[in-house]
Design a protein around this ligand. Structure first.
Ligand SMILES: [Zn+2]
Length: 56
């Protein structure tokens, strides 16, 4: 995988520890987001959640 911004290939996964929740279920536990960040320029290559089934 290469960064679409700087073409670098060094990435790290990071999280902000804020869970993503469904709009219509504000009390849901939700799931932590995992960002894949370029170490060279800071571009966020992808945002994924750990447990998509928790949004159901
Ligand atoms: Zn980059």
């Amino acid at each position: 995988m290469n960064c679409k911004n700087c073409n670098g290939s060094s990435f790290i996964q990071a999280t902000d520890y804020i869970n993503l929740r469904p709009l219509d279920k504000k009390m849901a536990v939700g799931s932590e987001k995992v960002y894949t960040v370029c170490l060279d320029c800071g571009e966020v290559a992808s945002i994924r959640i750990n447990n998509p089934e928790k949004l159901k």
